[in-house]
Design a protein around this ligand. Sequence first.
Ligand SMILES: [Zn+2]
Length: 333
Amino acid sequence: MVSYKELGLVNTREMFAKAIKGGYAIPAFNFNNMEQLQAIIKAAAETKSPVILQVSKGARNYANQTLLRYMAQGAVEYAKELGWEKPQIVLHLDHGDSFELCKSCVDFGFSSVMIDASSLPYEENIALTKKVVDYAHQYDVTVEAELGVLAGVEDEVSSAVSHYTKPEEVVDFATRTGCDSLAISIGTSHGAYKFTPEQCTRDPKTGRLVPPPLAFDVLDAVMEQLPGFPIVLHGSSSVPQEYVDMINQYGGKLPDAVGIPEEQLRKAAKSAVCKINIDSDSRLAFTAAVRKVFAEKPAEFDPRKYCGPARDLMTELYKHKIINVLGSDGKAE
Ligand SMILES: [Zn+2]
Protein backbone atom coordinates (compact mmCIF):
# COMPACT_ATOMS: atom_id res chain seq x y z
CA MET A 1 0.00 0.00 0.00
CA VAL A 2 1.37 3.39 -1.06
CA SER A 3 -0.44 6.55 -0.06
CA TYR A 4 -0.59 9.32 -2.63
CA LYS A 5 0.19 11.74 0.18
CA GLU A 6 3.70 10.29 0.43
CA LEU A 7 4.14 10.98 -3.28
CA GLY A 8 3.26 14.67 -2.96
CA LEU A 9 -0.05 14.30 -4.80
CA VAL A 10 -3.42 15.72 -3.69
CA ASN A 11 -7.01 14.53 -4.07
CA THR A 12 -9.69 16.59 -5.82
CA ARG A 13 -11.84 17.68 -2.86
CA GLU A 14 -10.41 21.10 -2.06
CA MET A 15 -9.48 21.75 -5.68
CA PHE A 16 -13.08 21.28 -6.82
CA ALA A 17 -14.58 23.32 -3.98
CA LYS A 18 -12.36 26.26 -4.94
CA ALA A 19 -13.05 25.84 -8.65
CA ILE A 20 -16.81 26.00 -8.17
CA LYS A 21 -16.55 29.10 -6.02
CA GLY A 22 -14.05 30.71 -8.38
CA GLY A 23 -15.93 30.00 -11.62
CA TYR A 24 -13.22 28.00 -13.34
CA ALA A 25 -12.51 24.31 -14.06
CA ILE A 26 -9.53 22.04 -13.47
CA PRO A 27 -7.90 20.60 -16.58
CA ALA A 28 -7.83 16.80 -16.71
CA PHE A 29 -5.26 15.75 -19.28
CA ASN A 30 -4.58 12.13 -20.19
CA PHE A 31 -1.01 10.95 -20.50
CA ASN A 32 0.60 7.84 -21.96
CA ASN A 33 4.23 8.83 -22.41
CA MET A 34 7.03 11.05 -21.18
CA GLU A 35 6.60 13.86 -23.70
CA GLN A 36 2.91 14.31 -22.86
CA LEU A 37 3.67 14.33 -19.16
CA GLN A 38 6.49 16.85 -19.57
CA ALA A 39 4.24 19.12 -21.62
CA ILE A 40 1.39 18.93 -19.08
CA ILE A 41 3.64 19.66 -16.10
CA LYS A 42 5.48 22.47 -17.87
CA ALA A 43 2.21 24.12 -18.87
CA ALA A 44 0.74 23.73 -15.37
CA ALA A 45 3.93 24.96 -13.66
CA GLU A 46 4.29 27.99 -15.91
CA THR A 47 0.66 29.00 -15.44
CA LYS A 48 0.44 27.85 -11.80
CA SER A 49 -2.66 25.84 -12.58
CA PRO A 50 -3.86 22.87 -10.54
CA VAL A 51 -3.89 19.84 -12.82
CA ILE A 52 -5.31 16.32 -13.00
CA LEU A 53 -3.13 13.67 -14.63
CA GLN A 54 -5.39 11.00 -16.03
CA VAL A 55 -4.49 7.40 -16.67
CA SER A 56 -6.95 5.34 -18.67
CA LYS A 57 -7.12 1.57 -18.79
CA GLY A 58 -5.63 1.80 -22.26
CA ALA A 59 -2.72 3.88 -20.93
CA ARG A 60 -2.10 1.31 -18.21
CA ASN A 61 -1.95 -1.40 -20.84
CA TYR A 62 0.27 0.70 -23.12
CA ALA A 63 2.76 2.13 -20.67
CA ASN A 64 2.54 -0.15 -17.62
CA GLN A 65 0.88 1.06 -14.45
CA THR A 66 4.02 0.86 -12.31
CA LEU A 67 5.92 3.07 -14.70
CA LEU A 68 3.05 5.56 -14.94
CA ARG A 69 2.84 5.80 -11.14
CA TYR A 70 6.54 6.58 -10.84
CA MET A 71 6.25 9.06 -13.69
CA ALA A 72 3.51 10.90 -11.79
CA GLN A 73 5.66 10.86 -8.67
CA GLY A 74 8.53 12.24 -10.75
CA ALA A 75 6.20 14.87 -12.16
CA VAL A 76 5.75 16.37 -8.69
CA GLU A 77 9.52 16.75 -8.32
CA TYR A 78 9.86 18.05 -11.88
CA ALA A 79 7.18 20.67 -11.17
CA LYS A 80 9.17 21.86 -8.14
CA GLU A 81 12.33 22.05 -10.24
CA LEU A 82 10.42 24.29 -12.63
CA GLY A 83 9.83 26.71 -9.76
CA TRP A 84 6.32 25.62 -8.77
CA GLU A 85 6.79 25.49 -5.02
CA LYS A 86 3.54 23.79 -4.05
CA PRO A 87 2.39 21.80 -7.05
CA GLN A 88 -1.24 20.71 -6.93
CA ILE A 89 -1.27 17.54 -8.95
CA VAL A 90 -3.88 14.78 -8.89
CA LEU A 91 -3.22 11.29 -10.23
CA HIS A 92 -6.58 10.02 -11.43
CA LEU A 93 -7.84 6.77 -12.92
CA ASP A 94 -10.00 7.55 -15.95
CA HIS A 95 -12.95 5.21 -16.65
CA GLY A 96 -12.26 2.51 -14.07
CA ASP A 97 -14.64 -0.31 -14.92
CA SER A 98 -14.37 -2.62 -11.90
CA PHE A 99 -13.94 -2.49 -8.15
CA GLU A 100 -10.68 -4.44 -8.45
CA LEU A 101 -9.13 -1.93 -10.85
CA CYS A 102 -10.14 1.04 -8.68
CA LYS A 103 -8.86 -0.70 -5.53
CA SER A 104 -5.54 -1.48 -7.17
CA CYS A 105 -5.12 2.19 -8.12
CA VAL A 106 -6.02 3.37 -4.58
CA ASP A 107 -3.50 0.90 -3.16
CA PHE A 108 -0.91 2.02 -5.65
CA GLY A 109 -0.78 5.75 -4.98
CA PHE A 110 -3.59 7.27 -7.07
CA SER A 111 -5.28 10.19 -5.33
CA SER A 112 -8.54 9.95 -7.27
CA VAL A 113 -10.40 7.27 -9.22
CA MET A 114 -13.35 7.19 -11.56
CA ILE A 115 -15.72 4.27 -11.44
CA ASP A 116 -17.66 4.30 -14.66
CA ALA A 117 -20.63 2.00 -14.22
CA SER A 118 -22.83 4.20 -16.39
CA SER A 119 -23.48 1.41 -18.86
CA LEU A 120 -25.03 -0.74 -16.11
CA PRO A 121 -28.65 -0.52 -14.97
CA TYR A 122 -29.21 2.32 -12.47
CA GLU A 123 -29.29 0.22 -9.27
CA GLU A 124 -26.16 -1.69 -10.29
CA ASN A 125 -24.38 1.58 -11.05
CA ILE A 126 -25.24 2.74 -7.53
CA ALA A 127 -24.11 -0.51 -5.89
CA LEU A 128 -20.73 -0.65 -7.67
CA THR A 129 -20.06 3.07 -7.22
CA LYS A 130 -20.84 2.87 -3.51
CA LYS A 131 -18.50 -0.09 -3.09
CA VAL A 132 -15.65 1.89 -4.66
CA VAL A 133 -16.49 5.00 -2.61
CA ASP A 134 -16.53 3.03 0.66
CA TYR A 135 -13.08 1.63 -0.09
CA ALA A 136 -11.48 4.78 -1.50
CA HIS A 137 -12.71 7.08 1.26
CA GLN A 138 -10.88 5.01 3.89
CA TYR A 139 -7.70 6.37 2.30
CA ASP A 140 -9.02 9.84 1.51
CA VAL A 141 -9.04 9.09 -2.22
CA THR A 142 -11.80 10.94 -4.07
CA VAL A 143 -14.22 9.19 -6.44
CA GLU A 144 -15.81 10.35 -9.68
CA ALA A 145 -18.92 8.51 -10.88
CA GLU A 146 -20.98 8.79 -14.06
CA LEU A 147 -24.68 9.01 -14.86
CA GLY A 148 -25.84 9.10 -18.46
CA VAL A 149 -24.00 7.78 -21.50
CA LEU A 150 -21.61 9.66 -23.77
CA ALA A 151 -21.29 8.74 -27.41
CA GLY A 152 -17.94 8.12 -29.06
CA VAL A 153 -14.87 5.99 -28.53
CA GLU A 154 -12.24 6.34 -25.81
CA ASP A 155 -9.85 3.45 -25.42
CA GLU A 156 -12.09 0.59 -24.34
CA VAL A 157 -15.10 2.80 -23.65
CA SER A 158 -17.43 3.20 -26.58
CA SER A 159 -21.06 3.80 -27.31
CA ALA A 160 -22.86 4.53 -30.52
CA VAL A 161 -25.54 6.68 -28.96
CA SER A 162 -25.63 9.08 -26.07
CA HIS A 163 -28.25 9.37 -23.35
CA TYR A 164 -28.38 12.64 -21.50
CA THR A 165 -28.15 12.46 -17.74
CA LYS A 166 -31.60 12.51 -16.13
CA PRO A 167 -31.62 15.43 -13.66
CA GLU A 168 -34.30 13.71 -11.56
CA GLU A 169 -31.83 10.92 -10.71
CA VAL A 170 -28.82 12.90 -9.55
CA VAL A 171 -29.78 13.62 -5.93
CA ASP A 172 -30.68 9.99 -5.24
CA PHE A 173 -27.49 8.83 -6.97
CA ALA A 174 -25.12 11.23 -5.23
CA THR A 175 -26.70 10.65 -1.82
CA ARG A 176 -26.74 6.89 -1.98
CA THR A 177 -23.26 6.45 -3.48
CA GLY A 178 -21.41 9.21 -1.60
CA CYS A 179 -19.40 10.01 -4.74
CA ASP A 180 -17.31 13.21 -4.73
CA SER A 181 -18.02 14.32 -8.28
CA LEU A 182 -20.35 13.34 -11.08
CA ALA A 183 -19.64 13.03 -14.80
CA ILE A 184 -22.75 13.88 -16.76
CA SER A 185 -23.80 13.57 -20.37
CA ILE A 186 -24.92 16.83 -22.00
CA GLY A 187 -23.74 16.28 -25.55
CA THR A 188 -19.96 16.02 -25.23
CA SER A 189 -18.46 12.91 -26.78
CA HIS A 190 -15.22 10.91 -26.85
CA GLY A 191 -12.74 11.01 -29.73
CA ALA A 192 -11.99 13.29 -32.67
CA TYR A 193 -15.28 12.62 -34.46
CA LYS A 194 -17.73 13.85 -31.89
CA PHE A 195 -20.59 14.34 -34.29
CA THR A 196 -21.57 12.86 -37.63
CA PRO A 197 -21.99 15.33 -40.51
CA GLU A 198 -25.76 14.67 -40.25
CA GLN A 199 -25.80 15.99 -36.68
CA CYS A 200 -24.03 19.20 -37.74
CA THR A 201 -24.65 22.07 -40.04
CA ARG A 202 -21.96 23.18 -42.50
CA ASP A 203 -20.48 26.66 -42.61
CA PRO A 204 -21.09 27.73 -46.22
CA LYS A 205 -17.96 29.93 -46.25
CA THR A 206 -15.38 27.45 -44.92
CA GLY A 207 -17.13 24.17 -45.63
CA ARG A 208 -16.41 23.14 -42.03
CA LEU A 209 -18.86 21.29 -39.81
CA VAL A 210 -20.60 23.31 -37.11
CA PRO A 211 -21.52 21.01 -34.18
CA PRO A 212 -24.83 21.15 -32.31
CA PRO A 213 -24.71 23.10 -29.00
CA LEU A 214 -24.30 21.38 -25.63
CA ALA A 215 -27.47 20.75 -23.61
CA PHE A 216 -27.04 23.57 -21.10
CA ASP A 217 -30.65 23.06 -20.00
CA VAL A 218 -29.69 19.61 -18.69
CA LEU A 219 -26.64 21.05 -16.92
CA ASP A 220 -28.77 23.80 -15.36
CA ALA A 221 -31.32 21.27 -14.16
CA VAL A 222 -28.57 19.09 -12.62
CA MET A 223 -27.11 22.12 -10.82
CA GLU A 224 -30.52 23.05 -9.52
CA GLN A 225 -30.92 19.56 -8.05
CA LEU A 226 -27.39 19.42 -6.61
CA PRO A 227 -26.30 22.96 -5.76
CA GLY A 228 -22.54 23.29 -5.41
CA PHE A 229 -21.84 19.66 -6.31
CA PRO A 230 -18.76 19.10 -8.55
CA ILE A 231 -19.74 18.23 -12.12
CA VAL A 232 -17.38 16.68 -14.68
CA LEU A 233 -17.40 16.86 -18.46
CA HIS A 234 -15.76 14.05 -20.42
CA GLY A 235 -15.00 14.11 -24.13
CA SER A 236 -14.33 17.84 -24.19
CA SER A 237 -11.68 18.22 -26.83
CA SER A 238 -12.32 20.95 -29.35
CA VAL A 239 -10.47 19.27 -32.22
CA PRO A 240 -8.61 22.44 -33.31
CA GLN A 241 -8.95 22.72 -37.06
CA GLU A 242 -5.38 24.05 -37.39
CA TYR A 243 -4.07 20.64 -36.21
CA VAL A 244 -6.52 18.73 -38.39
CA ASP A 245 -5.39 20.83 -41.37
CA MET A 246 -1.72 20.24 -40.52
CA ILE A 247 -2.29 16.48 -40.27
CA ASN A 248 -4.15 16.41 -43.58
CA GLN A 249 -1.59 18.68 -45.26
CA TYR A 250 1.27 16.36 -44.32
CA GLY A 251 -0.23 13.09 -45.48
CA GLY A 252 -2.84 12.34 -42.83
CA LYS A 253 -6.49 11.65 -43.38
CA LEU A 254 -8.95 13.10 -40.90
CA PRO A 255 -11.89 14.37 -42.91
CA ASP A 256 -14.63 16.14 -40.98
CA ALA A 257 -13.08 15.68 -37.52
CA VAL A 258 -15.09 17.88 -35.18
CA GLY A 259 -15.14 18.75 -31.47
CA ILE A 260 -16.77 20.94 -28.84
CA PRO A 261 -16.33 24.68 -29.46
CA GLU A 262 -14.12 26.27 -26.80
CA GLU A 263 -16.64 29.05 -26.04
CA GLN A 264 -19.11 26.42 -24.88
CA LEU A 265 -16.53 24.85 -22.58
CA ARG A 266 -15.58 28.28 -21.24
CA LYS A 267 -19.23 28.85 -20.40
CA ALA A 268 -19.46 25.44 -18.70
CA ALA A 269 -16.26 26.08 -16.72
CA LYS A 270 -17.88 29.11 -15.11
CA SER A 271 -20.63 26.90 -13.65
CA ALA A 272 -20.46 23.90 -11.29
CA VAL A 273 -18.48 22.08 -13.96
CA CYS A 274 -15.11 21.86 -12.24
CA LYS A 275 -13.26 19.19 -14.23
CA ILE A 276 -12.99 19.14 -18.00
CA ASN A 277 -11.36 16.15 -19.72
CA ILE A 278 -9.19 16.81 -22.75
CA ASP A 279 -7.36 14.00 -24.51
CA SER A 280 -7.92 14.02 -28.28
CA ASP A 281 -6.58 17.56 -28.75
CA SER A 282 -3.22 16.53 -27.35
CA ARG A 283 -3.15 13.48 -29.63
CA LEU A 284 -3.88 15.72 -32.61
CA ALA A 285 -1.13 18.21 -31.67
CA PHE A 286 1.38 15.38 -31.22
CA THR A 287 0.49 13.80 -34.55
CA ALA A 288 0.45 17.10 -36.43
CA ALA A 289 3.93 18.04 -35.22
CA VAL A 290 5.40 14.61 -35.97
CA ARG A 291 3.86 14.50 -39.45
CA LYS A 292 5.27 17.93 -40.25
CA VAL A 293 8.82 16.87 -39.37
CA PHE A 294 8.48 13.62 -41.30
CA ALA A 295 7.20 15.45 -44.37
CA GLU A 296 9.72 18.27 -44.28
CA LYS A 297 12.78 16.33 -43.12
CA PRO A 298 12.50 12.79 -44.47
CA ALA A 299 16.11 12.04 -43.51
CA GLU A 300 15.43 12.67 -39.82
CA PHE A 301 15.54 9.56 -37.66
CA ASP A 302 16.33 10.84 -34.16
CA PRO A 303 13.07 10.52 -32.17
CA ARG A 304 14.02 13.60 -30.16
CA LYS A 305 13.85 15.62 -33.36
CA TYR A 306 10.17 14.84 -33.89
CA CYS A 307 8.99 14.12 -30.35
CA GLY A 308 10.60 17.42 -29.25
CA PRO A 309 8.49 19.59 -31.58
CA ALA A 310 5.45 17.49 -30.61
CA ARG A 311 6.13 18.23 -26.95
CA ASP A 312 6.45 21.96 -27.69
CA LEU A 313 3.16 22.03 -29.57
CA MET A 314 1.39 20.13 -26.78
CA THR A 315 2.80 22.52 -24.15
CA GLU A 316 1.39 25.43 -26.14
CA LEU A 317 -1.96 23.64 -26.42
CA TYR A 318 -2.17 22.89 -22.68
CA LYS A 319 -1.33 26.48 -21.76
CA HIS A 320 -3.96 27.76 -24.15
CA LYS A 321 -6.56 25.43 -22.59
CA ILE A 322 -5.61 26.45 -19.04
CA ILE A 323 -5.69 30.18 -19.71
CA ASN A 324 -8.42 30.59 -22.32
CA VAL A 325 -10.78 27.66 -21.79
CA LEU A 326 -10.54 26.44 -18.18
CA GLY A 327 -9.56 29.70 -16.52
CA SER A 328 -7.46 27.80 -13.96
CA ASP A 329 -4.23 29.79 -14.35
CA GLY A 330 -2.86 31.29 -11.15
CA LYS A 331 -5.17 29.15 -8.98
CA ALA A 332 -2.34 27.06 -7.51
CA GLU A 333 0.25 29.68 -6.60
ZN1 LIG B 1 -14.15 9.89 -20.72
